[in-house]
Design a protein around this ligand. Structure first.
Ligand SMILES: Nc1ncnc2c1ncn2[C@@H]1O[C@H](COP(=O)(O)OP(=O)(O)OP(=O)(O)O)[C@@H](O)[C@H]1O
Ligand SMILES: [Mg+2]
Length: 556
């Protein structure tokens, strides 16, 4: 949806939905109250809240350092989601598109303006006044809803080959040996020109690999059928989690996330993650994939005046829980390098200790909401968190992290020359958009009115590994049938010949080797042919087998 921020009329023309009507009502009421209109502030910073004595000092996130990453942490119910909401609002206003996942569904409220009738209206106004937020107003923001399951947003997909063996192994929780086989599968797919788009492509390629293990062993070493089977079982589990929908085409075009409206506002991409959270590995892997796609797609820009894109990684502990070192190293590397592509990455989690130290060290902008310290371990984590800040003589950081109220935080943002600012106790600004989710009807209207509506809704199933391998198998089966027919012809001739000999009165006992039946009733030659077909299974293979049959025939 292209949101026109300036007037309600153009806004209504664009969508004509209920959401927008309520947005207009909110704007009119704001204007009546003299709260001002849309904040298309042309600034180089984002107002986060008020710190210092009486919360009067504006605490700002400098846009030119917003790509130096960040952390939003705090115990449950302390204000992390609202902080995320206000950062997204301000980044959007500054023309920076963002991505975030919506774990509880409450971030959908970004698409609607806050209202005077909201139960917290009074509290918000009071807070705004306290921190000197004079141009505070209610506003709705341009949101694109995405959903891996295609229910609460546009379907978001990628192909198996784009996901790659490393992330897929992590997703499937494969052992080293199984990961090795997955790597072989990707190599074979490349060499054989078999596109791996959806899960059935990978499944059929693995069947093929199992059947051709012996031939492949010469090139890649031992391929155990148990390991192939284990991967197949993991793929089934993944399918049962609904991930089948995620792999395939049309794959997500990142351009659709970078949208900047005619009003100059950056698009807020919200991924519905409530259902996805029941498959935490899938959730974490998806976000990691998106991050690596951003990394690979975007060009180097050095240090831009403001970020090109900001990526919020909610429930970040899910990414690191039990993650192998290789993966943590990879995330660390991507975080370090993606900065110069103008992408800021903000991790949201309960405790800073959830994020590995090497990565934590790269998070320059921090909003630390209250932490509880019940256990010795909690206390240790709290001390470690406090130790990372530049001290403020006015208060003890450790105490402050324990004491801050809801919607209040211990903050530190990068200042001049990119050095960390002195830590502050900050009252975070109230949101301009609606606190809490929008209705299903409102969400549907936004999805239907979005510029990408219809682009991803229909699955494309072009020819890929599954279809190509099926065709090869069909061709091989046909060749085997032909070979069988020729063999039968051969046997018929042989019988004729035997009858002829019998007529001559001389009984000759022939070697039965050519007609020895195997368990399934095939002759040895047939069995050989079939096994050749199976093991080669390619056009060249078929031609080769035909050649062998031909020469056998001729030899007679
Ligand atoms: N900046 C703020 N301004 C005004 N009210 C706030 C602010 N931050 C938080 N609140 C109040 O605190 C409540 C809880 O905040 P929020 O939902 O952000 O917590 P959370 O840390 O995300 O919790 P959870 O871990 O359960 O998701 C909000 O619903 C709101 O009432
Ligand atoms: Mg929350």
């Amino acid at each position: 949806m292209q949101r026109a921020a300036k007037t309600c009329t153009s806004h209504e023309v664009h969508t004509g939905t209920e959401v927008l009507t309520s947005y207009c009502e909110a704007r009119y009421s704001c204007e009546r109250r003299g709260l001002g209109g849309t904040m298309m502030a042309n600034t180089d910073s984002i107002f986060v809240g008020g710190g210092g004595e009486g919360y009067a000092d504006a605490q700002q996130l400098l846009l030119k350092y917003a790509n130096r990453h960040g952390l939003i942490a705090g115990a449950t119910g302390t204000g992390k989601t609202v902080t995320l909401q206000i950062l997204a609002e301000s980044l959007s206003n500054a023309g920076v598109p963002v991505f975030m996942s919506d774990v509880k569904g409450d971030l959908s409220g970004l698409a609607a303006a806050g209202t005077e009738s909201h139960k917290l209206h009074g509290a918000f106004m009071e807070r705004a006044a306290k921190i000197g937020f004079s141009d505070y107003s209610y506003d709705a923001f341009p949101v694109t809803f995405w959903d891996m399951y295609g229910e609460s947003g546009h379907p978001v997909r990628t192909t198996v080959s784009e996901m790659g063996p490393l992330l897929l192994s992590r997703l499937l929780e494969l052992s080293e040996a199984q990961e090795g086989i997955l790597n072989i599968a990707f190599r074979v797919a490349d060499e054989e020109g078999l596109p791996l788009l959806d899960l059935k492509d990978l499944q059929s390629l693995l069947v093929w690999i199992g059947q051709n293990a012996k031939a492949l062993a010469l090139r890649y070493g031992f391929v155990s059928s148990q390991s192939v089977g284990a991967i197949q079982r993991r793929l089934l589990v993944l399918e049962n989690q609904g991930a089948g929908d995620f792999f395939g085409e049309p794959a997500l075009d990142l351009e659709d996330m970078f949208h900047i409206g005619a009003d100059g506002r950056g698009q807020i991409n919200v991924l519905a993650a409530d259902k996805l959270m029941s498959a935490p590995k899938l959730y974490a892997t998806f976000l990691l994939w998106l991050l690596s796609e951003l990394f690979e797609t975007l060009p180097e820009v050095g240090d831009p005046d403001k970020p090109i894109f900001v990526f919020f990684f909610d429930e970040a502990h899910l990414l690191f829980d039990g993650a192998p070192k290789a993966l943590v190293d990879k995330v660390e590397q991507v975080a370090r390098l993606i900065r110069s592509k103008g992408v800021g990455v903000y991790f949201i989690t309960q405790k800073p200790a959830d994020v590995p130290e090497d990565i934590l060290g790269q998070l320059g902008n921090r909003v630390q909401h209250a932490l509880r310290a019940f256990t010795r371990k909690d206390q240790k984590d709290l001390r470690a968190a406090a130790d990372t800040y530049r001290e403020n003589p006015r208060f003890d950081v450790e105490d402050a992290i324990k004491e801050v109220g809801v919607g209040e935080a211990v903050t530190s943002f990068l200042i001049k020359k990119g050095i960390p600012g002195v830590v502050e106790r900050t009252l975070i600004r109230p949101p301009s958009s609606q606190l809490g989710p929008i209705s299903a009807k409102e969400r549907r209207a936004i999805i239907d009115g979005s510029p990408v509506a219809g682009k991803y809704e229909t699955v494309m199933d072009r020819e890929s590994a599954f279809e190509m391998l099926a065709k090869r198998a069909e061709a091989a089966a046909k060749a085997a049938e032909e070979a069988e027919a020729k063999e039968e012809q051969l046997e018929a001739r042989e019988r004729e010949y035997q009858t002829g000999r019998r007529y001559s009165g001389t009984r000759v006992t022939r070697s039965t080797s050519k007609t020895t039946r195997t368990r399934r009733g095939d002759t040895v030659t047939e069995a050989f042919t079939k096994s050749m077909m199976r093991s080669l299974g390619t056009k060249t293979g078929t031609a080769l087998v035909r050649g062998i049959m031909g020469s056998l025939f001729k030899a007679r």
